[in-house]
Design a protein around this ligand. Structure first.
Ligand SMILES: Cc1ncc(COP(=O)(O)O)c(C=O)c1O
Length: 408
């Protein structure tokens, strides 16, 4: 029998059976209408634990404890959860990570704090491939404070390298802002190398961890990272609009101030005093009342990450993206599809992007069939593979689904 692309056994079931994390996909809410979910890097699936916990939270915690809940647990949650996140995936010792606001707002607060800490320097380094919100925030701050932007322009299938940063640094660089994993290509930047280089030039570095938190281990403390920010609705499965996190290196905390001076980050929030003075410690980076409901689902996901271990999660992430690339090479490259992500797994996060001019309509059709990747302009389909919730079978269904639509 001739093996054609449509009849070949692509071994997804065997890979799922051999997967040391095979028990995890069933710990997530799965709707029968969704045949393959390949967008865990935009919005993670809810855990089943969250489905239960959120409803009991409303009746028991919120409904039963009411305002007493703040004293009993909620006031400290942004910091206790930050510490847990730091230990489970960021490589951050306690007392340096907080939860709150959106990523955009945390970026604003931390970038302003960094620029204010380097008043004698006038330049910010950022790349054109960074996520729009990072670029827009940096542009706004540069306009607000009269700073100059130095742009790195990475290729569509790559990201910011150590050499790119070396070429952009000057004795005037105050801050370098980079995404650890590029949102489009999935390129995984060299965090320790770039951080060390920026420090040699006397600059600070802020890393956007949106596409790595929960899926790639970082060692923020060990690598000397100054500042980091990220969201919790992707690989941390906190749900739509769940709060962001921010990391500030211990040695900077007391000397940095952030611009959104709210009461919850003030020295004594319940004194309601006449003027603002920052709280000691990482609490000073909090501004207003934290979103407790929005933090609960992330807490459940952190439980799963702690159980599975970030090393095993990264190993499965690599296996999933390798498998996706194998299928893309077999089924889609012959149809003119190009791969816009690094081929080397050490330079890749947990998603791959493939490009073809037909992909806007292919993606729309896939969504109707319950196969859900996402679309990125001008004509990229992104396959975001979340190791604890994505099976190899879903990857196979997704790539075969694209092939079927392209050959129809
Ligand atoms: C790298 C990166 N930064 C920031 C954001 C979003 O920021 P916010 O959570 O404020 O919408 C995203 C969203 O996908 C992202 O991919």
């Amino acid at each position: 029998m001739t093996i054609t692309p449509d009849t070949a056994d692509r071994n997804a079931a065997a890979r799922d059976a051999a997967d040391p994390l095979h028990a995890y996909p069933s710990k997530f809410v799965r709707s029968p209408e969704v045949r393959a979910y390949l967008d865990g890097n935009s919005l993670g699936r809810p855990t089943r634990a969250s489905a239960e916990q959120l409803s009991s939270f409303v009746s028991e915690q919120w409904g039963g404890r009411l305002i007493r809940g703040w004293d009993e647990a909620w006031y400290e949650l942004p910091l206790t959860l930050g510490d847990r996140l730091g230990a489970a995936t960021l490589g951050a010792a306690a007392g340096q990570t907080f939860i709150g606001d959106s990523t955009t707002v945390v970026l604003y607060k931390l970038i302003r704090a960094a620029i204010d800490a380097r008043p004698d320097r006038s330049e910010i380094v950022i790349d054109t491939g960074n996520f729009p919100t990072d670029r827009y925030i940096v542009e706004g701050i540069a306009a607000e404070l009269g700073k100059t932007l130095r742009w790195i322009d990475p290729s569509i299938d790559g990201g910011v390298t150590v050499d790119d940063v070396r070429a952009a640094l000057t004795e005037n660089t105050a801050l370098v802002v980079i995404s650890h994993v590029a949102y489009r290509s999935g390129y995984l930047a060299d965090m320790p190398g770039i951080t060390a280089l920026a420090h040699e030039a006397g600059a600070l570095v802020l890393w956007d961890l949106c596409h790595s938190a929960g899926v790639i281990e970082t060692k923020l403390d060990e690598w000397g990272v100054d500042l980091a920010a990220g969201c919790t609705y992707k690989y941390l499965n906190g749900g739509p609009g769940s709060p962001a996190f921010g990391y500030v290196r211990a040695e900077h905390i007391e000397s940095m101030t952030q611009p959104i001076q709210g009461w919850m980050g003030s020295s004594s929030p319940f004194e309601m005093g006449p003027g603002y003075a920052p709280h000691h410690g990482i609490r000073r980076f909090i501004s207003g009342t934290p979103s407790i409901v929005g933090s609960l689902a992330m807490q459940d996901m952190l439980g799963l990450i702690e159980q599975a271990g970030i090393a095993a999660i990264r190993a499965k992430s690599v296996a999933l993206t390798e498998y996706a690339l194998e299928l893309v090479d077999e089924l889609l490259v012959p149809l003119g599809v190009t791969v816009s992500s690094p081929r080397n797994a050490d330079e890749r996060g947990s998603h791959i992007t493939i490009d073809h001019e037909s992909f806007a309509s292919v993606n729309a059709e896939l969504w109707k069939q319950g196969i859900i990747p996402d679309f990125r302009r001008p004509h990229g389909i992104r396959l975001g593979l979340s190791p604890l919730s994505t099976s190899f079978a879903e990857v196979q269904l997704g790539v075969e689904g694209i092939h079927a639509l392209m050959t129809k």
